[in-house]
Design a protein around this ligand. Structure first.
Ligand code: SAM
Length: 211
């Protein structure tokens, strides 16, 4: 990370207010999110950038979208030809799919129910901040470790994970980097687009499972 950037987020994000993601995404909020065309555009643009960073070699790569929500990224990936598996912990979100086509899975991404070495890539957009946001919380630590150990296991060798998320501060990012380094064999780094603009800044964690 060469460029200087500052966290000075004034408005509280929902994950700071709600303990469980399902307490926030329900009823009207869930419907509004899922129906929002601007949200669809934003999440698709993040997916496009995520694909750039993944540098996939195969056009028919099998990609896991972890924390897919209403499927903005997953549907986009499928439309452009990737084989896509989508999962989310909130079943109501998965009603927005054409369920037969995408066959999404209701599960906690920290415990993904897949065999080892099957995905060519894993994408996760705007979900990680719900899993790990308090460096003093031991249960969150356990979930985070399990998440990345599982991602390492289900990913094929020589493949990548890309996670876009909204960390509250730099301390959390550094802690996440250290936990991954201490608990998995992933090699990786953070990529920060528009680091100086609070509004446009996007933070990605790119992890490589080497051969
Ligand atoms: C802001 S939404 C983003 C959804 C989607 N990735 C998109 O681009 O629109 C965050 C999503 O992460 C999901 N999520 C949070 N924690 C999760 C977990 N432990 N397992 C699976 N999904 C989770 C939520 O249910 C929600 O759908």
């Amino acid at each position: 990370m060469n460029e200087k950037y500052y966290f000075n987020v004034k408005r509280k994000r929902p994950e700071e207010i709600y303990t469980k993601v399902s307490d926030y995404f329900r009823g009207e909020i869930l419907n509004q999110y899922a129906a929002s065309k601007s949200m669809m555009r934003i999440q698709e643009n993040i997916a496009i950038r995520a694909l750039e960073l993944l540098e996939l070699q195969k056009k028919d790569a099998l990609i896991l979208d972890a924390g897919c929500g209403p499927g903005f990224a997953a549907m986009f990936l499928r439309e452009i030809g990737y084989r896509t598996v989508a999962l989310d912990i909130i079943s109501e979100f998965l009603n927005y799919y054409d369920i037969k086509d995408l066959n999404p899975i209701i599960t906690d991404m920290c415990f993904p129910p897949f065999k080892s070495n099957i995905f060519d890539a894993i994408i996760s957009i705007s979900a990680l901040q719900w899993i790990y946001r308090d460096i003093h919380d031991n249960y969150m630590l356990y979930l985070l470790k399990n998440l990345f150990k599982s991602f390492f296991q289900i990913l094929k060798p020589n493949s990548r994970v890309i996670v876009q998320f909204y960390p509250k501060n730099q301390e959390i990012m550094e802690k996440i980097g250290k936990i991954i380094a201490d608990n998995t064999d992933f090699k990786g780094n953070f990529i920060i687009d528009n680091p100086k603009s609070q509004k446009k800044r996007k933070i990605y964690l790119l992890l490589n499972k080497e051969e």
